[in-house]
Design a protein around this ligand. Structure first.
Ligand code: NAG
Ligand code: NAG
Ligand code: NAG
Ligand code: NAG
Ligand code: NAG
Ligand code: NAG
Length: 377
């Protein structure tokens, strides 16, 4: 009996090992959407199995019904997925990942996001605190997270941002579009699209509170800062500006100082464009990617790791409209774009020597995709 059981275990173990090492294990991809009530509208979060051998995206269907999960966060433990509900009375959901082999999710918790129209989530490295940006109410929130139960504690800390700027449509009040910690987890920075400001908060990890340190005025009037990323070497901050379709390169806090501003669209493109997402290549930090809604492209930049400067090397059409979000898969060889207004996901290969994108023949259909993320294999 004992030996039989042992042999069974060994057989299972060795098949798991071989499944892992043949490089063909599908990666679970989760896609957030804008939802609606008609038959073709999305209804929540969708899953796909991505196979890096042939770049294919196999639809696994709707995995959870929830309203406007436009931003999705894989918890660092890989045991939970969080999403916003981008609605007036904003909420944040926690879903449990039942197994890495299936895409199935179960709801564990839902709490107020501390504002209206939440559109961004991030966490500290271990996932003890969840940060939320609430676009319409001008608030940012810290929600303590209990790893064992998967519950958000309702002792939310809510911080009101103020201000306005020059754009008569988008900048009549504060609109925080993101909030995230720097790599040392000392400061949280929020990009306020409505006021053209970067709010810098000291993060007190002991009790999960923020203390406003100062407001950086290094973004120009009318730029509309949307998302922020930090260089891997801690030295530089990259801010993508939605309204001026540009990226501002800054020295890292505490000495926030502008060192470059570069357009995300070609000089000869004069139609309307809103820049959306930016990502540094996860393995080769010498390439930075950004998306353009209007020009409908991904722009590839080379990063000078000494000066932080960007140089444009490619614009590639996204084979769709309104690339609100995109992500680079583990391994760094593939990029998936979510085209919100053409209802498709499109897969690109990344040339690891030049950083350039190469279109594959692979795509998938999903209504109004707004976010694409994945579980690490
Ligand atoms: C939904 O999509 C199907 C297939 O594309 C189409 O035939 C149908 O008219 C659509 N329904 C609505 C309400 O748009
Ligand atoms: C939203 O919140 C307000 C204030 O808390 C409440 O009065 C209202 O009923 C809520 N609306 C919905 C749709 O839940
Ligand atoms: C959190 O901790 C900081 C620093 O230790 C302290 O100044 C602050 O008062 C604390 N806030 C709360 C709400 O406990
Ligand atoms: C803009 O310039 C690029 C090359 O720099 C060229 O390929 C493209 O056709 C031009 N577009 C227009 C609209 O002139
Ligand atoms: C910059 O990159 C080069 C080559 O990739 C590497 O040798 C060098 O150490 C890097 N410098 C810094 C400051 O990271
Ligand atoms: C796309 O498909 C065509 C024809 O099926 C094939 O020749 C080509 O190599 C494919 N391209 C990529 C990047 O997979």
């Amino acid at each position: 009996m004992f030996f039989k059981a042992l042999i069974t275990i060994l057989v299972i173990l060795s098949s798991l090992v071989s499944a892992k090492t043949d490089g063909n294990v599908p990666i679970l991809v989760y896609v957030g959407t804008y939802t609606g009530n008609t038959e073709n509208d999305s209804k929540g979060i969708y899953a796909f199995a991505f196979n890096s051998e042939d770049s294919s995206l196999k639809p696994l269907g709707l995995v959870v019904v929830t309203q406007n999960p436009t931003f999705v966060l894989i918890h660092p433990s890989q045991r939970y997925i969080l999403s916003v509900n981008e609605v007036k009375n904003g909420t944040v959901n926690v879903f449990k990942i039942n197994s890495k082999q299936t895409s199935e999710l179960t709801i564990v918790d839902q709490q107020s996001s501390g504002g209206s129209y939440p559109i961004y989530l991030s966490s500290d490295r271990l996932g003890h605190h969840i940060f939320v940006a609430n676009y319409m109410s001008g608030t940012v929130t810290v929600l303590p997270f209990d790893m064992n139960s998967g519950r958000l504690q309702c002792t939310a800390r809510i911080y009101q941002q103020m201000g306005s700027s020059v754009d008569p449509e988008s900048q009549t009040s504060s609109h925080p579009h993101c909030i995230l910690l720097d790599k040392k987890e000392e400061y949280a920075i929020s990009a306020d699209l409505g006021s053209d400001e970067l709010y810098v908060y000291r993060f007190m990890s002991m009790n999960g509170t923020l203390k406003k340190q100062y407001i950086s005025k290094s973004i120009e009037a009318g730029d509309g800062p949307r998302h922020i990323i930090f260089s891997n070497n801690h030295k530089y901050v990259y801010v993508i500006n939605e309204l001026s379709s540009s990226i501002t390169v800054l020295n890292h806090y505490p000495a926030i100082r502008v060192i470059q501003k570069i357009s995300t669209i070609p000089e000869n493109f004069t139609s309307t464009n809103y820049a959306a997402e930016l990502i540094i290549h996860p393995i080769l930090d010498k390439f930075l990617y950004a998306s353009n809604r209007g020009h409908d492209s991904i722009v590839v930049f080379a990063v000078d790791n000494n000066t932080g400067h960007l140089t444009t090397i490619q614009h590639v059409h996204v084979q769709g409209r309104t690339p609100r979000h995109f992500n680079i898969l583990p391994g760094g060889t593939h990029l998936i774009v979510a085209n919100q207004d053409s209802d498709n996901l499109v897969v690109f290969l990344i040339d690891l020597t030049t950083g350039k994108l190469i279109l594959t023949n692979s795509s998938a259909q999903v209504n109004k995709p707004t976010y694409v993320t994945f579980l690490s294999p």
